[in-house]
Design a protein. Sequence first.
Length: 109
Amino acid sequence: MELKEIAAGHGRRESDAHDCAFAPLLDWEDVMRDEREDSLGFARRATLALLTQSGAGLLASFGGDKQKGLEEAGRTVALFHAHLRRQVWFADVAEKRLGRAAEALAAAG
């Protein structure tokens, strides 16, 4: 939905929507600092953000001379994927331990 449609739907003039300007939430330095300070959180956020992009949006974001960005994004997603695999391993071990505890408690009584 475009801003024009939102403005028109709320009784405002359509031209008000064109006058609307948002300040950027982060600049490039903020993004790089976030990646350095919280690489796993950055990987999670980047992975989820990539899921919100359309195919055309991804092509526009990484097309042309932006191959390095595509490779970096791939490494970032791989980092998050490795983290998730490790979390699954932890959850599997925890489930097994709980199962053994339940068996021991049932046998005791």
